[in-house]
Design a protein around this ligand. Structure first.
Ligand code: IFG
Length: 520
């Protein structure tokens, strides 16, 4: 009997043996409350999938990594073995009760879209690429009880409401920015942030690696940058820095969660840590003290500035697989307009020479940017100067990443009662961070929006608890703005779905703000 016929025979026998018998008391399952809201969700009333200890995760070779990732998510809390079996023959359809990952689907799903079906017979996630499977797994994760996030064995039942989901993202760039320069956060905490942002299908982490208060990435050809320039922080604390191996570990971990790292070396302003580290970088040859107060600027006329940048960008590009390197460009108060434009053009040539594309805060549009450049728009609503620069970006074909300070700056207080945070852009409530549209925030640039990004500046946040408190529950709202279709946008509906994340964060130990805006 050929293997193919044997395969079919086994499958048929299995289907007969494991045919779902109408159970006297069909299990209940949690209501379907997902963030971000998928493109299409059809619930199957009365149908419930229950994950059992006998289940397998069945995946083709190309999806084995996602299968292992899913097993890693589910094994601790269920205590189930959940073997990941790689199927090689199409008819190896797995047994009833299995979770099946399959590669292949309509091209309309793109690389990040997926389809998910959950019925009493089993769960199937299908996608064209592993990114889509990963996002389908995040949805499956949210369909399971919140206690599935526990790291110790919990009682079941592990039920999933019957549902069919078809889902694709609105924007390609769904980002978070973490300022590790004002205050340094070690690798494990950055990786926790990556875990949390990827749970909500965000795919880009912009790391703000240098500023006045600290330099956080080791550059081997300029060793004092990290060792001296990274030796303190905005609280006059011990600071810290990533070795290049640390940075590569962050890049690796991010990639395993389908997150691209975008490193930022902020220039020509926000450079006190660098100027303090090397006297020759200063126009007068004198290094300022660390944490020297006030605005700073690289010395634009000095040739050593570009030798230094070439070394820094070169070393960073060599350990950054992503397309973009961010050169900052914000608040260059001590740099003349002429020097600024000259500087941006010189630095763009260096970034390009190292095979990368330039990203910067939208002020970089003062330079003669290549079409591939990305402008990170942090203007507030109605700011005409900022909107004019957005138009410049549009005119030269630069895409915009929307990071409006009065919507998604997560260092802004939630309201007047927030114990920590800033308020120069106003208060950003949970609703403020959710209730806006990247396509219309800047008039007339809808087609030039690549996506969104939620910056979390840490000027005033020394602790990781502070970061979590300010990021949650607002970050998932930005994730939804980046992923979900505008037609699904509704604060009233969203706040209920957001509330369902609370029990999940409780189990995960996320120190979130229980905002009164949300019906927890
Ligand atoms: N603006 C500065 C940040 C940070 C922020 C705090 C940008 C692009 C204020 N630049 O936002 O360095 O200090 O809210």
């Amino acid at each position: 009997m050929t293997r193919k016929l044997l395969g079919l025979t086994v499958s048929c026998l299995a289907a007969l043996l494991f045919a779902p018998v109408a159970t006297a008391t069909p299990q209940a399952a949690a209501p379907v409350r997902l963030v971000p809201e998928p493109s299409s969700v059809v619930t199957l009333p009365g149908q419930v999938f229950t994950l059992k200890s006998t289940a397998h995760i069945v995946a083709p070779a190309g999806a084995a990594a996602t299968g292992q990732y899913l097993a890693g998510l589910l094994r601790p809390a269920t205590g189930f073995r959940l073997p990941v079996t790689t199927i090689s023959l199409p008819e190896d359809i797995g047994l009833p009760g299995d979770i099946r990952l399959t590669l292949g689907g309509p091209s309309s799903l793109g690389s990040e879209g997926y389809r998910l079906t959950a019925t009493p017979v089993g769960v199937e996630v299908s996608a064209n690429a592993s990114a889509g499977l990963f996002y389908g797994v995040q949805t499956l994760r949210q369909l399971l009880p919140a206690k599935v996030e526990a790291k110790t064995v919990q009682s079941g039942p592990w039920t999933v409401a019957g549902v069919t989901v078809r889902d694709t993202p609105r924007y390609a760039w769904r980002g978070a920015m973490l300022d590790v320069a004002r205050h340094f956060f070690p690798v494990p905490q950055v990786e926790q942030y990556i875990d949390l942002m990827s749970l909500y299908k965000m795919n880009t982490l912009h790391l703000h690696l240098s500023d006045n208060d600290g330099w956080r990435i080791d550059i081997k050809s300029w060793p004092r940058l990290a060792r001296y320039g990274g030796s303190t922080d905005a609280s006059r604390g011990p600071g810290g820095f990533y070795t290049q191996d640390d940075y590569s570990e962050i890049v690796r971990y991010a990639a395993s969660r389908h997150v691209t790292i975008v490193p930022e070396i902020d220039t020509p302003g926000h450079v006190t840590a660098a100027l303090a580290s090397y006297a020759p970088l200063n126009c007068d040859g004198v290094a300022p003290p660390l944490l020297n107060p006030g605005w700073s600027s690289l010395c634009v006329p000095l040739e050593i500035t570009y030798k230094w940048l070439d070394d820094v960008i070169g070393e960073l590009a060599a350990i950054t697989p992503g397309d973009y390197i961010d050169i900052g460009g914000d608040e260059a108060v001590n740099t003349s307009a002429a020097d600024y434009k000259y500087f941006v053009n010189r630095l763009q040539a260096i970034v390009t020479a190292h095979g990368k594309k330039l990203m910067g805060w939208h002020q970089v549009e003062a330079g003669d940017l290549a079409g591939s450049a990305l402008a990170d728009y942090w203007g507030t609503a109605g700011s005409t100067d900022d909107e004019a620069l957005a138009k410049v970006a549009q005119a030269r074909g630069n895409k915009l990443v929307l990071s409006p300070a009065d919507k998604v700056y997560l260092d802004m207080k939630y309201d007047a009662n927030t114990p920590i945070g800033q308020d120069w852009a106003g208060y950003n409530s949970v609703q403020d961070s959710y209730d806006w549209d990247p396509a219309t925030f800047v008039p007339g640039v809808a087609d030039d929006v690549a996506g969104v990004e939620a910056p979390l500046w840490t000027d005033v946040f020394p602790t990781w608890d502070d970061v979590q408190f300010m990021a949650f529950p607002r970050l998932p709202g930005v994730a939804e703005i980046g992923w979900s279709a505008q037609r699904t946008h509704s604060w009233d509906a969203y706040r209920t779905r957001l509330a369902a994340q609370g029990p999940r964060w409780d189990v995960m130990g996320v120190k979130y703000f229980r905002s009164p805006d949300v019906p927890w």
